[in-house]
Design a protein around this ligand. Structure first.
Ligand code: HEM
Length: 496
């Protein structure tokens, strides 16, 4: 209709304007599907290959959606710092929309007053330095319990599935922090972890509705994605409902630490409004979704990849263990106060995050206005992915990028908090992960203890070169083959 109403002059002007646009380079799209067929099984890897040909600012079309792929630190700086405001919204996607109660959460909600208020609330009440510190005893207790369970395997000479241990740890810490209970009773048979994995699979799945807004929903119904998503939603909703009801029916004593659910329910009772929206049960459930889906897998993945790299690099493993053991001496456990002395462990973590950022393509952004990026036009409503994985492996930036060399960070100011665009495991800018301190506190303490309490051997018959580093597909990139190692009580103690 718009076209029909336009005068001839208007049409000519628009066409000339469009012709003048300097769009970023990219592979030519096919009709209808655009470049979807070029994403492959592991999109971050396929996109890296493509961007080596087309450059660090590359335009592709996923179905009908223009998408810019960023693959260099300077381009990432433009998007996440210079044009942060233009790029800090999120697209409305099928999976994220359903699981976030129609975008009532923080992570998947578009930029605006509601997002700002919700994010402030989470930063203040759940993820502030004071709050993270107040849950220190939870981390120390849960890491202690993990070490005890690994000790049983060490005594029995049995292999440990590292992913299983790390997942159990992040689940119990997250549950205790969020609602004061290690694991919900009816979910402690492993089904809780399955539920979270299924939800993440739904968030990471390629839904036709996300690329073909007009008719994609028909395809999603046909492929069964729609009903799978509904099932995942109902499972999660059922879980949150139980947590909320349990909190409504329990009166806490004054001395007991208020958890996030207590706090949100109090706000609901007080009829608190956030940016004009009255806080209700669905808002509380949406925040719980963020906490579980953002906090559980990411930490476990980071720990598993780190241990895999150390298992392949015994020199680095030994160096990290020697540092920890000489700092801690004969104390049974590493406590949080000890962590600041563990300089090499911090280098190990940076190097592991460089090679294996848990979220390889960051969470997608959506542009809000038109802007110029290195002279290219970027239109509003363009999706933007920063290929953090590709930046971490760029041979122009890193010497021997595929090698695990923690020492490369020794005299380098680069950190992972969003100030250095060479290393972005937590993103940067307004949308930077608000859970960095909470996430890293768990990872550092757990790995320090795992390395302090045991020596680690590969399964019989395996050599370092046999440890598979193949990646699995998904929003959070796991090791395809879970890492299994044999824990052995250390044969020596260091005198201090
Ligand atoms: C190793 C652990 C973690 C990693 C690697 C990680 C990584 C990320 C990344 C890459 C983003 C997207 C940033 C961007 O768009 O620029 C993000 C966002 C987010 N993360 Fe984390 N995260 C971790 C732990 C946590 C934890 C423990 C929590 C909370 C319990 C959390 C809560 C969030 C939330 C709420 C967002 C959305 C922020 C927004 O859109 O405003 N994360 N995280």
């Amino acid at each position: 209709f718009h076209g029909k109403n336009k005068t001839a002059t208007e049409t000519t002007t628009t066409t000339t304007k469009q012709r003048k646009k300097n769009l970023p380079p990219g592979p030519p799209p096919c009709p209808i599907i655009g470049n979807l067929h070029q994403l492959g099984h592991l999109p971050h890897q396929s996109l890296w290959e493509l961007s080596r040909r087309y450059g660090p600012v590359m335009l592709i079309r996923l179905g009908c959606i223009p998408t810019v792929i960023i693959s260099s630190p300077s381009a990432a700086r433009e998007v996440l710092r210079t044009h942060d405001l233009d790029c800090c919204s999120r697209p409305r996607l099928l999976g994220t929309g359903r699981l976030s109660y129609d975008h009532l959460d923080v992570a998947f909600t578009k930029y605006g007053d509601y997002w700002r208020e919700m994010r402030k609330l989470c930063l203040l009440k759940l993820l502030s330095a004071k709050r993270v510190q107040s849950f220190r005893y939870v981390r120390e207790e849960e890491v202690g319990a993990m070490i005890e369970s690994i000790a049983k395997s060490a005594e029995g000479g049995t292999l440990v599935d590292m992913r299983e241990k790390f997942m159990a740890l992040t689940v119990s810490i997250t549950c205790r922090v969020a609602f004061g209970q290690a694991s919900p009773l009816e979910f402690n048979d492993g089904s809780f972890v399955d539920m979270i994995h299924e939800a993440l699979a739904m968030l990471g799945s390629f839904s036709a509705s996300d690329f073909f807004p007009r008719f994609g929903w028909i395809v999603d119904r046909f492929t069964g994605l729609h009903s799978r998503l509904e099932k995942s939603f109902r499972q999660l909703d059922n879980f949150y409902q139980k947590v909320i009801e349990e909190h409504r029916n329990t009166r806490r004593s004054k001395e007991e630490e208020e958890d996030i659910v207590d706090l949100l329910l109090k706000m609901e009772r007080d009829q608190t409004e956030l940016a004009g929206v009255r806080l209700k049960e669905d808002n509380i459930k949406a925040i719980l979704m963020d906490i579980f889906l953002a906090g559980v897998d990411t930490g476990a993945v980071a720990m598993e990849w780190t241990m895999a790299e150390l298992a392949r690099n015994p020199r680095a493993m030994r160096k990290a263990q020697e540092e920890i053991r000489s700092c801690i001496g004969n104390k049974e456990r590493v406590m949080e106060d000890d962590l600041h002395g563990l300089k090499y462990l911090k280098l190990v973590l940076k190097e592991a995050m460089r090679l294996h950022p848990p979220g390889v393509l960051l969470v997608p952004r959506e542009t809000m206005g038109h802007f110029k990026l290195f002279g290219y036009d970027v239109d509003p409503k363009t999706r933007v992915h920063v290929n953090v994985w590709a930046i971490g492996r760029d041979p122009g930036l890193w010497e021997d990028p595929e090698k695990f060399v923690p020492e490369r960070f020794e005299d380098s100011p680069i950190d992972y908090k969003g100030n250095h665009f060479e290393l972005l495991p937590f993103g940067a800018g307004r949308r930077v992960c608000p859970g960095i301190s909470m996430g890293m506190a768990v990872i550092e303490l757990a790995l320090a203890n795992v390395l302090h309490s045991f020596d680690w051997e590969l399964p019989k018959g395996m050599t370092e070169g046999d440890v598979s580093m193949e990646e699995g597909a998904g929003l959070v990139v796991f090791k395809k083959v879970p890492l299994t190692l044999l824990p052995v009580k250390p044969s020596y103690k260091i005198d201090v």
